[in-house]
Design a protein around this ligand. Structure first.
Ligand code: ATP
Ligand code: MG
Length: 577
């Protein structure tokens, strides 16, 4: 049955909503796809839910085809489950917590690693039961610091999350590849153009991960991509190609102490001393299980904590308050290591160059000019205490790390999906082992794979719209064909219904605008909600046994007159079905 506009709820808005910053958010509100209930909380209205439904079906089909089995786990979970993996701490304030009437503590799941591990541990005892991959399509809860951009970053959202279980690392590689390939098919079928980037694994933990990013200027993530070859990575992870460095540069002058009162930032110090940030050393003290470490990058660069952790071989934490009673935080220079034996140094390559350097003077409110690595540090400490490494965030213009001779270029992206190799983080923490062929207990090796369903829909709009409204990819459009009668009465009405019946019999879904509105209003709404094909039915056309056919993607192009008996074929052709 076709849907009649009057029998559904499509509250289109004439005006742009005031607080919507990005096109998808604005258009989802204007086209009556969603309604905001509270901060980061949205109702999907009939049109929005139809688009979601189609998206969910594509995801479900591809997950099933990849050999994953669907389950549904509770969103509400006992907090004890999180204690073993310490994620109640790692997830921090993003975790929604609550207490039930009996005083039991619970959380609303931000993802389901603990719950699925508990489930699998209960039923899987032998390697013979592996490999397995289970997935669900479920609502997730995250108390995001800054919910924004509509369903792109909300506090309650629908995710497809899958979890793979293998005995061996090779098995994990195969499971991971199967999900990676399924993701490509899903995003292709949803009509998205995307980039697959190397990524950090964040609070989910694990050893390798890729994000699927839809490139667009409004994306919240920063991606760096080689202009040659095929390296792309999230800025949080992106490596930088080889850079030359030296500690043997001759001094540029005598060490000169400068009084720099009230200069809290690199910018303030630079201005005060008349030194550019790229001639300043940014020096931060991190705590590690192996003692404190001074991380040094150029003043105009930022430390990448993931890289620093890899260089140190230990997890790193920056806690200026805790360090403040031991070190002159804000005024530390690398030569502090010469006076304090407990400090090791990790220097980014760009901070070990033959040039003029200014740095902290290791004394509150003071800096030094003419800092020299050899004279002020290397001549006083054992070489084993200092290391040069890639520890800064990559930036546009940096050399590509894969030896393709390329330069990294910056792009913005929306993360629609994420695949992780988790390893044994969860199985170890929760004691999930199986007996192998030799009857030995082994930790199960896991992977996890997430897709944001709402983000797919919003990202499709982000890359598919014009000034008049949405331009849907046919596969996830709320309806394939939108019939707009000039008046919904008599012969026109009959034609609408008979065409709709034929189109639906041929596998298309149809919306008929039966409202007693002016044609102009209906056309504007048709452009706004953006179904791939609009058929306009008027007396003039019908006199020639024809209707006006228009593809939404053709924008302002003139409609084409199509004979009634050709309409179905023409629509099929345009939708490529
Ligand atoms: P982000 O970095 O954007 O906060 P994430 O890396 O924390 O996301 P994952 O834990 O990888 O997210 O979750 C899997 C998928 O769920 C993401 O790829 C994204 O598509 C979706 N997702 C995550 N957070 C949100 C949110 N707040 N609103 C809507 N979708 C989300
Ligand atoms: Mg992610």
């Amino acid at each position: 049955m076709p849907t009649l506009w009057s029998q559904t709820l499509i509250p289109t808005l004439r005006q742009d909503p005031a607080d919507a910053e990005v096109p998808s958010h604005r258009l989802m509100l204007r086209a009556g796809l969603i309604r905001q209930l509270g901060s980061g909380l949205y109702t999907y209205l009939p049109l929005g839910w139809r688009a979601m439904h189609k998206t969910i079906e594509i995801v479900r089909e591809e997950m099933n085809a990849a050999g994953a089995a669907e389950v549904l786990m509770p969103a509400l979970e006992p907090i004890e489950l999180f204690a073993d993996t310490k994620r109640d701490v790692e997830y921090g304030e993003n975790l929604f917590r609550l207490t039930d009437r009996h005083g039991r503590h619970a959380a609303l799941a931000p993802t389901h690693e603990e719950i699925i591990t508990e489930l699998m541990a209960a039923y899987v005892e032998s390697y013979r039961q592996l490999p397995l991959n289970l997935y669900q399509i479920q609502t997730k809860y995250r108390d995001e610091f800054r919910p924004r951009f509509g369903v792109l970053r909300s506090r309650e959202f629908i995710m497809k999350d899958a979890y793979s279980f293998d005995l061996t690392v090779e098995g994990l590689d195969t499971s991971y590849r199967a999900m990676y390939d399924a993701y490509c098919r899903i995003f292709d079928r949803c009509g998205l153009t995307y980039e697959i980037v190397e990524a950090e694994s964040g609070p989910i933990g694990g050893s390798a991960s890729h994000e699927f990013m839809v490139l667009c200027n409004t994306g919240e993530d920063t991606i760096l991509k080689s202009d040659k070859g095929n390296y792309a990575a999230n800025i949080d992870k992106c490596a930088i190609g080889p850079r030359k460095w030296t500690f043997d540069a001759p001094p540029t002058g005598d060490l000169e102490k400068v009084h720099t009162p009230d200069c809290a930032s690199i910018e303030a110090v630079g201005k005060f001393m008349k030194v550019k940030p790229k001639h300043l050393l940014k020096t931060l003290i991190y705590s590690t299980d192996n003692g404190p470490v001074i991380a040094v990058v150029r003043g105009d660069h930022d430390v990448n904590e993931g890289k620093l952790k890899a260089a140190c071989g230990f997890a790193v934490t920056l806690d200026d308050e805790a360090c403040a009673n031991r070190y002159p935080i804000g005024f530390v220079g690398p030569h502090l290591a010469a006076a304090r034996d407990e400090l090791n140094i990790v220097v980014d390559c760009d901070a070990a160059q033959d040039q003029f350097w200014a740095s902290g003077a290791n004394e509150i409110d003071h800096h030094v000019k003419h800092f020299n690595w050899k004279r002020d540090v290397l001549d006083h400490i054992d070489e084993s205490r200092i290391k040069v490494a890639d520890i800064r965030k990559a930036a546009d213009g940096d050399p590509s790390p894969i030896g393709d001779g390329g330069v990294l270029r910056e792009h913005r992206g929306i993360e629609v999906g994420h695949v992780f190799k988790l390893g044994t983080k969860y199985s170890d923490a929760m004691g999930f082992t199986v007996l192998d062929e030799d009857q030995k207990r082994r930790s199960v090796i896991m992977g996890c794979y997430g897709i944001g369903l709402g983000r797919i829909v919003a990202a499709a709009i982000e890359i598919g719209h014009d000034a008049d409204g949405i331009i849907w990819p046919a596969s996830i459009a709320p309806y394939s064909v939108h019939i707009v009668p000039i008046k919904y009465e008599g012969e026109l009405c009959k034609t609408c219904l008979s065409l709709a019946e034929q189109l639906e019999a041929a596998g298309m879904d149809v919306l008929i605008d039966d409202r007693p509105e002016r044609p102009g209003v209906k056309f504007n709404d048709a452009d706004l909600i953006g179904c791939p094909i609009r058929l306009t039915i008027g007396e003039k056309g019908l006199a020639q046994n024809s209707v006006e056919f228009k593809r939404r993607a053709d924008g302002k192009a003139k409609a084409e007159l199509v004979k009634l008996d050709q309409v179905v074929r023409r629509c099929q052709e345009a939708l490529d079905i």
